[in-house]
Design a protein around this ligand. Structure first.
Ligand code: TRP
Length: 326
C-alpha cells in the first residue's frame, strides 16, 4: 500500500531550541519512515508578524542545519521554501475565495498573536495565515499534518477549505488530519509555559556545554524549596520536566530526592545539564559539519525545491482542470 503523505512546516526563525525538538522535530524524524514526508519552510508566513526580514536567508539556513542535525533525512523527505515554489501563492489566492472573512476572524491562534504581539490592526495577509497554510498542505495533497495544539484550528480550516473546494469543483484534495505531538511543550527556563527565543528562556540545539550549564544554573525551580534540605515539589519544577524528557532512567530517583530534601537544586541541575549535554553532543557535531559545508546545505534545499515543485505543478494541473481554467 502506498504510504500516506504528510506535510510538516515551520517558520524560519533561525537557530532552534530543545522545545522545537520536543514539540516537533523528534516527531518528524520518527514519522519520516512511516509516511512520505514533505518539509516546508514557511518563509512567507514570517511576514505576517514581522515585515523586516533582513535575516530571512540566514535564519532559513540555520533552521535547515538544525533539521539535518537532528536527523531529518532530505533524501527521504524534501525540504523547501514556500517562496521558491510559486504555486503556493496561486493556490492561496484561489482558496481565499472559499473561506469567509468572519471564519478567519474567529481563528483563536491569530487572536492570540494579536494579543501577545500587541498588533493594533491585523493585516489582510495575517488574517489569511491559515489560508496560506491550507495551500501549503493541500498543494502536496497532505493527508496528515504533525502539529502542536495551537495549530489544530488551522488544520480544521484546511479541512473546511478542502471540503468546499471538492464539493464545488470536484474532488481534488484529501481532508488532512492533525497528528498531535504527544509530549506537552517544554517550559522555558524562566518558568514560562513556552520556550521562546524572544523570551530568552531557551536552550538552543547549538548551545555548547558551558552555555547549557550557565543557563540551567539560572533556571527557576520550586519557590518553596529555598534551602538544600527543604522538601521540593517536582511537579511544579521545570527542571523536573526536563529530567522527564532527557533523563528518563533517573526520574524516580530524582523525584524521591527532591521530595525528601536529600537532593538539592544545584545538584539536580547539574545532573540535568549532563544529560542535556549528552543529548546535544551528536547534534552539535553534525551541526559543525554542515556549518563547514554550507554548499551542501544549499544543494539540499535546491534539490528539495525541485522535487517539491514537481508535486506542486501536478496539483495545480488538477486544480486548473477542475476549475475550468485553461
Ligand atoms: N503555522 C505554522 C507555525 O506557525 C507553520 C506552518 C506554515 C505550517 N505552513 C504550514 C505547519 C503547513 C504545518 C503545515 O508553526
Amino acid at each position: 500500500m502506498a504510504k500516506k503523505r504528510i506535510l510538516s512546516g515551520m517558520r524560519p526563525t533561525g537557530k532552534l531550541h530543545i522545545g522545537h525538538y520536543v514539540g516537533a522535530l523528534e516527531n518528524w524524524v520518527k514519522l519520516q519512515d512511516e509516511y512520505e514526508s514533505y518539509h516546508l519552510i514557511a518563509d512567507y508566513h514570517v511576514l505576517t508578524t514581522s515585515l523586516k526580514n533582513d535575516d530571512m536567508y540566514e535564519n532559513t539556513i540555520e533552521m535547515v542545519i538544525d533539521w539535518l542535525a537532528t536527523g531529518l533525512d532530505p533524501v527521504k523527505s524534501p525540504f523547501f521554501r514556500q517562496s521558491q515554489i510559486k504555486e503556493h501563492t496561486e493556490l492561496h489566492l484561489l482558496f481565499s475565495m472559499l473561506v469567509t472573512a468572519a471564519r478567519l476572524e474567529r481563528n483563536p491562534t491569530v487572536k492570540e498573536q494579536v494579543r501577545d504581539l500587541h498588533i493594533e490592526n491585523v493585516s489582510y495577509g495575517h488574517l489569511g495565515y491559515p489560508v496560506l497554510q491550507s495551500a501549503d498542505i493541500l498543494l502536496y495533497k497532505g493527508e496528515a499534518v504533525p502539529v502542536g495544539e495551537d495549530q489544530v484550528p488551522h488544520v480544521e480550516i484546511t479541512r473546511e477549505i478542502a471540503r468546499r473546494f471538492n464539493s464545488t469543483y470536484g474532488k481534488v484534495f484529501p481532508e488532512p488530519e492533525a497528528l498531535l505531538t504527544k509530549f506537552a511543550r517544554l517550559p522555558g527556563l524562566d518558568g514560562n509555559a513556552k520556550m521562546s527565543k524572544s523570551l530568552n528562556n531557551t536552550i538552543l540545539l547549538s548551545d555548547g556545554k558551558e552555555e547549557v550549564e550557565k543557563r540551567l544554573r539560572k533556571a527557576v525551580t520550586d519557590p518553596q524549596k529555598v534551602r538544600r534540605n527543604d522538601p521540593g515539589r517536582p511537579d511544579v519544577c521545570l527542571v523536573f520536566t526536563y529530567h522527564k524528557k532527557f533523563n528518563e532512567s533517573e526520574v524516580n530517583e530524582i523525584r524521591a530526592g527532591c521530595e525528601s530534601g536529600a537532593l538539592g537544586c544545584v545538584d539536580c541541575k547539574l545532573k540535568c545539564t549532563a544529560k542535556i549535554n549528552t543529548f546535544l553532543e551528536p547534534i552539535i557535531e553534525k551541526r559543525n559539519y554542515y556549518e563547514n559545508n554550507l554548499d551542501e546545505v544549499k544543494d539540499i534545499l535546491h534539490d528539495g525545491e525541485m522535487r517539491g515543485k514537481i508535486v506542486a505543478e501536478q496539483t495545480m494541473d488538477d486544480v486548473h482542470k477542475a476549475m475550468k481554467f485553461g
